[in-house]
Design a protein around this ligand. Structure first.
Ligand code: AMP
Length: 290
């Protein structure tokens, strides 16, 4: 496994790959790897000749006051996991090499980035311009045939698909299902922050999404969302948002939907911000409107 620490080394690799015509798969990560990341790495390994994983805690996608400085990091452990998963190249640059003095560019997707995590009361639209700027840089540096993302970050996946299409990147974007702990909690590097008690309470997030899915066919969307929010409240969790939207446009979902509905949630559990979502297929039968 090769470790690249500087953009210049990545550019060199890109030229080699162009000459040899290998199929390149890219898995962007912020490290502290878990089975969610692993599922992306395994898919890349199965599909591609060369698997590149980036490991970079991207400062521009954090707001002031968020957890940039405390974000869990363990480079050695990540290298070992990546190697076991068949990664060929790790790209782990320093922030000052990614954003050198004078750096002044930004890639921004509008609209989609202003709701849910992008709303001012949440992480703000700057979060996603941080994400799209770094992902564009990675796409340019590695020119991957395929890039792998997780459904766990559903809005991020929608935004990246939009960007890839709008800006004519040739990279195919593949989005893979959320990997969960046995009790349903979505795997996340941030789960490492949770105390045993908080970890227990955090199970209410997935339970609330499942509750919403269960209630929806009979009772309709509003009641289903209410039931989900109630499930969170009974665990003492007040969500930042708990909303139903269409996965492609992120427009608010309506009750007479015949399309899949994304129910997305963000909530702080004892100071740790967690997100999750569920895709609800509309009921096959006509629902009575209650
Ligand atoms: P992160 O390191 O948290 O920025 O995540 C890197 C990639 O892994 C993103 O595409 C995430 O959506 C994806 N990912 C994170 N957690 C999971 C999970 N539990 N299941 C599937 N993919 C995930």
């Amino acid at each position: 496994m090769k470790v690249l620490r500087h953009p210049a080394e990545a550019r060199e690799l890109r030229e080699e790959n162009r000459r040899s015509g290998v199929r390149v798969g890219l898995v962007p990560t912020m490290g502290y790897l878990h089975e969610g990341h692993n599922s992306l790495l395994k898919a890349a390994r199965a599909d591609c000749d060369l698997v590149v994983m980036s490991l970079f805690v991207n400062p521009t996608q954090f707001r002031a006051g968020e957890d940039l400085s405390t974000y869990p990091r363990d480079e050695q452990r990540d290298f070992e996991i990546a190697e076991r998963s068949g990664v060929d190249v790790i790209y782990t640059p320093q922030p000052e090499d990614v954003y050198p003095a004078g750096f002044a560019s930004k890639v921004e997707v509008t609209g989609l980035t202003e709701v849910l995590d992008g709303s001012e009361s949440s992480r703000g639209p700057g979060h996603f311009s941080g994400v799209t700027t770094i992902v564009s840089k990675l796409f340019n540096l590695f020119d991957p045939d395929v890039a792998y993302f997780g459904q766990k970050d559903a809005q991020q996946a929608t935004v990246i698909r939009r960007m890839t299409e709008d800006l004519d990147f040739r990279t195919e974007v593949v989005v893979l299902p959320t990997v969960r702990e046995r009790d349903g909690l979505a795997m996340s590097s941030r789960n490492a922050y949770l105390s045993p008690e908080s970890r227990e309470r955090a199970t209410a997030i997935w339970a609330a999404l499942v509750e919403t899915e269960t209630v929806y066919p009979e009772a309709g969307l509003e009641k289903a969302l209410e039931a989900g929010r109630q499930r969170l409240a009974s665990a003492g969790i007040e969500p930042e948002y708990f909303e139903a939207r269409y996965p492609g446009t992120l427009d608010p979902a309506t009750d007479d939907s015949r399309e899949p509905i994304l129910v997305a949630v963000a909530a702080k559990v004892d100071g740790t911000r967690l997100i999750d979502n569920i895709l609800i297929e509309p009921s096959k039968q006509t629902r009575s409107t209650k």
